[in-house]
Design a protein around this ligand. Structure first.
Ligand code: BMA
Length: 338
């Protein structure tokens, strides 16, 4: 099957066939819906000099390999965004110089930090959304065509907001974004996932609630959209993080829901169980233990393969695999009753 042009014929995935995405079969002894890459973490501590860790990052196909934008926490603990390249999606070479956004309104100023980027291609432009700072954390936006010059756009929303995730195509002629508005403060006033749309990426409106926290314990404290939604014939597959509290700390798991293709604020099915919880040592132990934080997915429509990139314990980048058809079936079978 020809790369880049085919539509799904064997799986529920809509879109390109990408036979070169990272992939490992589910281990013979496993029945897991989502299984971990055997060489995890794929990016460990100190990816380069003066960098503490790279995690919560995003990747895309690029030329005959892959490109990524990585959240890199420097040794001083400030997060910046760095471009990385890879032939196979597993071994990454990350630029030591962070991305600088250019051309933005001077009143916005140069962001003093940026983290948890998401990346998608719409038309001939690659769009980056991230959490940046303008009198509090909010959703920064930029576009690039060459991953060298990044054109800064307006921040999408007022503070406080995090996890701005664009849909990979316009919905009913408009750019569409999921985000998670929140109140001021580290551990209070968390929000729920909203849908917003925009004709020009500058002015966002028509905000609609998509998913609220809970009711299950694993996602009762907060939730946030993860990778760019994955288009399937059964709806947008949204992978997201759900957070629970324990007497010790928070636990970040990966959940899933199917959203209506035309009206994505409508939830078709929402899985009551997490798809993946922190269990491996590199997920339970690190700078922030018990964190599985998915931020990117590569898909192959011909086979239904999904490679999910996730941050583990705010310390390293890890990879997991799933079959789209199995995930869709599981979400439907285990959907929360409305
Ligand atoms: C969230 C974000 C993520 C981080 C997670 C766990 O609020 O800040 O970047 O991975 O907390 O610490």
């Amino acid at each position: 099957m020809k790369t880049g042009t085919s539509r799904a014929i064997k799986s529920l995935l809509v879109g390109r066939s990408l036979p070169n995405i990272p992939w490992e079969r589910r281990p013979a002894e496993s029945t897991a819906l989502v299984w971990r890459h055997s060489g995890n973490p794929i990016i460990g501590l100190h990816p380069f000099e003066n960098a503490r860790s790279a995690y919560n990052s995003c990747v895309m196909p690029w030329a005959d390999g892959f490109i990524g934008i990585f959240r890199v926490d420097w040794l001083c603990m400030t997060p910046y965004l760095h471009v990385g390249h890879s032939r196979d999606g597993l071994v990454w070479k990350i630029n030591k110089t962070p991305i600088r956004f250019t051309g933005g309104d001077p009143l916005l100023g140069e962001p003093t930090f940026a983290y948890d980027p998401r990346l998608c291609k719409i038309g001939d432009k690659y769009y980056v959304t991230c959490c940046n700072s303008y009198h509090g954390s909010t959703i920064g936006q930029a576009w690039t065509k060459d991953f060298k010059v990044f054109h800064q756009l307006e921040n999408a929303f007022l503070p406080y907001n995090r996890n701005g995730v664009l849909f990979p195509k316009k919905i009913r002629g408009k750019f569409a974004m999921l985000s998670r508005p929140m109140g001021l403060g580290m551990a209070i006033n968390y929000g729920d996932i909203f849908y917003s749309e925009s004709a020009d990426l500058a002015y966002w409106g028509k905000h609609r609630i998509v998913i609220t926290r809970g009711p299950r314990k694993w996602e009762r404290v907060k939730i946030g959209p993860g990778p760019v939604p994955i288009e399937t014939r059964e709806g947008w597959l949204l992978l997201y993080h759900g957070v629970s509290d324990t007497c010790d700390s928070f636990v970040y798991c990966m959940g899933a829901a199917l959203l209506d293709l035309e009206e994505p604020w409508k939830v078709l099915h929402r899985c009551q169980f997490p798809l993946m919880s922190p269990e491996a040592l590199y997920e339970t132990t690190g700078y922030v233990g018990n964190v599985v934080f998915p931020t990117a997915a590569l898909t192959d429509s011909a086979t239904g393969r999904i490679a999910i990139y996730y941050g583990a314990a705010d310390t390293c980048t890890a990879l997991a695999y799933a079959h789209a058809d199995e995930v869709v079936a599981y979400v439907k079978k285990n959907a929360q009753k409305k």
